[in-house]
Design a protein around this ligand. Structure first.
Ligand code: NAD
Ligand code: SER
Length: 314
C-alpha cells in the first residue's frame, strides 16, 4: 500500500474535526496533520499533529506540504452561505483563492489526491426543486453558491488539464453534535436540538414548510472516505457529485424531537436566510454517486434524531 501523509485544512471546523479523527483511524494518527487558522479544537488535542496555517498564505502552505511530505490534501476552509451574504467579497476571495492555492501546489508537488467539498448551494431558483439531477440548470444566487460552482469547474479543469486527482461532493446541510456549525443556512437543524434540550422551545429562522436536503455527519464522513478510496477509473464526475441523505422541513424535525421531548414547542421568525433556503432544491437525485462508487446513506430523520438526542443528553 502507498504510504499517505494527509493534510486537513480547516480541521477545527464542523466537518474537519470528525473527518480528521476518522482519517486518523484509517491512516494512523501521525500521518494525518490537522491545520486551521483558529486554535486546535479540543476534540483533536492529543490525537495527532496540529499546525497553525492560513491557507491564503500560499508560500507557507507550500513549505508545509514539502516539509511534511504531504501526499493528500483535504481542503475544508470556507465561508458558508449565511455568513457569505454578510461579506460577499471576503467569501469569494477565501473560497476561490484557497482552492486555487491547493490545486496549484497539488499539481507542482504531484500530490496523490485532493478533496474539496462543494454544496447543494450551487443550485438556484431555476434548478428543479425535487430530485434535482446531477446535470441540470445551475444558476446560484448566493456568493457561496457562485464560489462553489466556479470551484467545481476549477477542479474539473485541474483534473483534465493537469491530471490532478481532485474529488468532490455536493454536501447537503450537515447535522452533527461534536463541533459547532460555521454559519450556514441549514444550521437551524443543529441549533434546534440544543435549544430543545436546554429550553424546550426553539424560534426557527426558516418557515415551517421549508424542505431542504440534509445529511447526518456519520454518513457525510463515510461518503467522503468512500469517494476518496474509490478506484480512479470509477470516478466519472470531476466537478462534484450530488449526494443525498434525507430531506425534511422545520415542522418535520420538530415533530420528531417532540417524540423525545413531548413539551417541546417551535415558533417561526424568518430572516434573510429564508431567501437563501428558498433558492435551493428540496431534494437531490444522487443516482450517479450510487452507480459510480456505491453510495448509500444509513440515517433517516428518525434514526438521526434518536442518535442526536442520545449523544447530546450525555
Ligand atoms: P466550518 O466553518 O465549520 O469550518 C471551516 C474551518 O476553516 C474553520 O475551522 C475555520 O477556522 C477554517 N478557516 C477559515 N479560514 C481559514 C484560512 N484562511 N486558513 C485555514 N483555515 C481557515 O465549515 P464546515 O461546515 O466544516 O465546512 C467545511 C467545508 O464543507 C466547506 O467548504 C463548506 O462549504 C463545505 N460544506 C459544508 C456543509 C455543512 O453543512 N457544514 C454543507 C455543504 C458544504
Ligand atoms: N450547510 C451549508 C449552508 O447552509 C450548505 O452548503 O451553507
Amino acid at each position: 500500500m502507498v504510504k499517505e501523509k494527509i493534510l486537513v485544512i480547516g480541521a477545527s471546523g464542523q466537518i474537519g474535526v470528525e473527518l480528521t479523527l476518522a482519517l486518523r483511524k484509517i491512516y494512523g494518527s501521525s500521518n494525518v496533520i490537522a491545520s486551521d487558522l483558529r486554535e486546535e479544537n479540543d476534540l483533536l488535542k492529543g490525537s495527532g499533529p496540529y499546525v497553525s496555517l492560513d491557507v491564503m498564505n500560499k508560500e507557507m502552505l507550500h513549505v508545509q506540504v514539502i516539509r511534511q511530505n504531504v501526499t493528500q490534501i483535504y481542503l475544508l476552509a470556507a465561508i458558508l452561505s449565511a455568513t457569505g451574504e454578510k461579506n460577499p467579497n471576503l467569501a469569494w476571495h477565501l473560497n476561490m483563492q484557497s482552492l486555487l492555492n491547493v490545486l496549484d501546489i497539488a499539481r507542482e508537488e504531484k500530490l496523490h489526491k485532493v478533496y474539496w467539498p462543494s454544496s447543494i448551494a450551487v443550485f438556484g431558483p431555476t434548478s428543479p426543486k425535487h430530485n434535482c439531477p446531477q446535470q441540470t440548470i445551475i444558476e446560484p444566487t448566493t456568493v457561496y453558491g457562485i464560489s462553489k460552482y466556479a470551484g467545481e469547474f476549477w477542479c474539473n479543469y485541474f483534473s483534465y488539464r493537469y491530471g490532478v486527482d481532485v474529488r468532490s461532493l455536493r454536501y447537503p446541510g450537515l447535522i452533527s453534535y461534536k463541533s459547532a456549525p460555521g454559519g450556514g443556512t441549514t444550521d437551524y437543524a443543529i441549533e434546534i436540538f440544543q435549544e430543545a434540550i436546554d429550553e424546550k422551545k426553539y424560534d426557527c429562522f426558516l418557515r415551517e414548510d421549508t424542505y431542504l436536503p440534509m445529511m447526518y455527519m456519520p454518513d457525510a464522513i463515510r461518503a467522503t472516505i468512500e469517494l476518496m478510496e474509490a478506484d480512479k477509473d470509477k470516478i466519472t464526475v470531476r466537478t462534484s457529485y450530488n449526494l443525498s441523505g434525507m430531506s425534511f422541513s422545520p415542522m418535520d424535525i420538530a415533530a420528531e424531537i417532540k417524540k423525545h421531548i413531548p413539551e417541546f414547542s417551535i415558533s417561526y421568525q424568518t430572516d434573510y436566510r429564508q431567501a437563501i433556503a428558498d433558492s435551493w432544491p428540496q431534494s437531490i437525485d444522487d443516482s450517479v454517486a450510487r452507480r459510480d462508487w456505491g453510495w448509500k446513506e444509513e440515517y433517516n430523520l428518525e434514526r438521526m434524531t434518536r442518535d442526536m438526542m442520545q449523544n447530546l443528553n450525555k
